[in-house]
Design a protein around this ligand. Structure first.
Ligand code: MEV
Length: 430
């Protein structure tokens, strides 16, 4: 096991690599050259990546794919997607095309409020603390005025500050609960800077109170978007031997099951996040924040439930998602990472609200693809077809073998042992 190491972050990159490789690699030379293989050939671009985080040794690649034919609010988009799971981009493409010919996706922003809190304790009655808060409210706002001025020009700023009495939950515990608008920025730095300033004003107004911490919340139930597809049932078409009516009913049943059954809801929503995370990553947004917020939202009524919904009324099939998405199209990585810049350009340089609609549509499309496979052919057929190349790569197949196997498995079911056998047979008969 490695001994501990001091001052590591101050070492040069070469020193760091040497230490890690000497300490952990069974073949130091091979690992050193592996790490170098993944460096960007342009040194400025590599330096940019080095400086995103601390102790960068190399880059970690994920595929960057695209899903064309998304029609969202009447505009055609090609969605950038960063993801390693074989079938996700193919599924997005299939859904996008299916719904493009049925009117496309329609989105509505339901809210854009983001939240931050100053958590503090104060050893006085709730009535006295409320009076204290009302007395310093103007001062609190004055203190942050220089920080919010620029954001206000962009249409954002502080939307409200309220005092929350939490003394029933924890002795002496109160919050400043602050709602923010952050325009096209995700706004984490803006929100946290404002909160720290508010905390300072609070503390100067009453040096006896204790500020425990000041931080934004990734729970954003009022920063939400709805994306919807709909069509007359007959337009759904018959699928896999099911009539359009039976197909619609089965989709609705599957969505209803996810609504009432948490074990299914988690997997149902995981499929949605396949689409959401892939676009969130490609556009340089914080997928951990999105994940945390989305799952909290899915459990907001006390039971974890589906993010998508389905109705069949008066012959019309409707399928929609409501999801919290705190996204930015300026700041953060958006102007720095070359592929993020390109992703946003490909999307027509959207506003944060437009991006919310696009990302929600990606989630809905992904859920549509998963549920429609699940209620018809099952998921494995399409999934294993896409996974075939991974298995072949694992088995060291060359280009000619891959082409032969792809051809062979057009008419055979893909499973690991079957691929091993078919490849062995092919190699023996070559
Ligand atoms: C796999 O990544 C996602 C699915 O399991 C989603 C679902 O079951 O709805 C296919």
């Amino acid at each position: 096991m490695a001994s501990s190491v001091d001052g590591f972050s101050k070492w040069t990159k070469a020193e760091k690599i040497k230490w890690v490789v000497d300490t952990y690699a069974s073949d130091p030379q091979a690992v050193t050259s592996l790490l170098e293989t993944y460096w960007h050939r342009d040194s400025d671009t590599q330096q940019l990546h080095d400086e995103f985080i601390e102790n960068t040794l190399t880059n970690f690649y994920l595929p960057f794919g695209v899903a064309p034919n998304f029609v969202i609010d009447g505009t055609a988009y090609t969605l950038p997607m960063v993801i390693e799971e074989s079938s996700v981009v193919a599924a997005a493409c299939k859904s996008a095309k299916y719904w493009a010919s049925r009117g496309g996706f329609h989105t509505q922003i339901l809210g854009t409020d983001k939240v931050g809190q100053v958590h503090f304790t104060r050893n006085t009655s709730p009535e006295e603390t409320r009076a204290f808060f009302e007395g310093i409210k103007a001062e609190l706002l004055e203190g942050v005025a220089p920080l919010v001025a620029n954001m206000e020009l962009r249409g954002g700023g502080i939307r409200s500050i309220t005092l929350v009495d939490k003394t029933q939950d924890l002795p002496n515990y109160y919050q400043l609960f602050v709602r923010f608008g952050t325009a096209d920025a995700m706004g984490a730095n803006f929100i946290n800077s404002c909160l720290e300033q508010l905390a300072q004003t609070l503390k100067s107004a009453d040096p006896e109170l204790t500020v425990v911490m000041s931080i934004l919340s990734n729970y954003v139930p009022d920063c939400t978007v709805r994306s919807e597809v709909s069509c007359p049932i007959a337009d759904l078409g018959g699928v896999d031997g099911l009539s359009a009516e039976a197909f619609a009913q089965k989709i609705k049943q599957a969505v209803d099951i996810a609504r009432v059954e948490p074990y299914r809801a988690v997997t149902h929503n995981k499929g949605i996040m396949n689409g959401i995370d892939a676009v969130v990553l490609a556009t340089g947004n914080d997928f951990r924040a999105i994940e945390a917020g989305v799952h909290a939202y899915a459990a907001k009524d006390g039971r974890y439930t589906s993010l998508t919904h389905c109705s069949i009324e008066s012959g019309i099939f409707r399928f929609w998602i409501e999801v919290p998405l705190s996204l930015g199209t300026v700041g953060g990585l958006t102007q720095l990472h070359p592929l993020v810049k390109w992703s946003l350009e490909m999307l027509g340089k959207p506003s944060a609200q437009q991006l919310m609609g696009i990302v929600a549509a990606a989630g809905l499309a992904q859920n549509w693809a998963a549920v429609q496979s699940l209620v018809t052919t099952g998921i494995q057929k399409g999934h294993m077809k896409m996974h075939l190349l991974n298995i072949l790569n694992q088995l060291g197949a060359d280009a000619e073998e891959k082409a032969a196997m792809v051809d062979y498995f057009k008419t055979h079911t893909v499973h690991y042992q079957g691929v091993v056998q078919a490849l062995t047979d092919y190699r023996n008969n070559r």
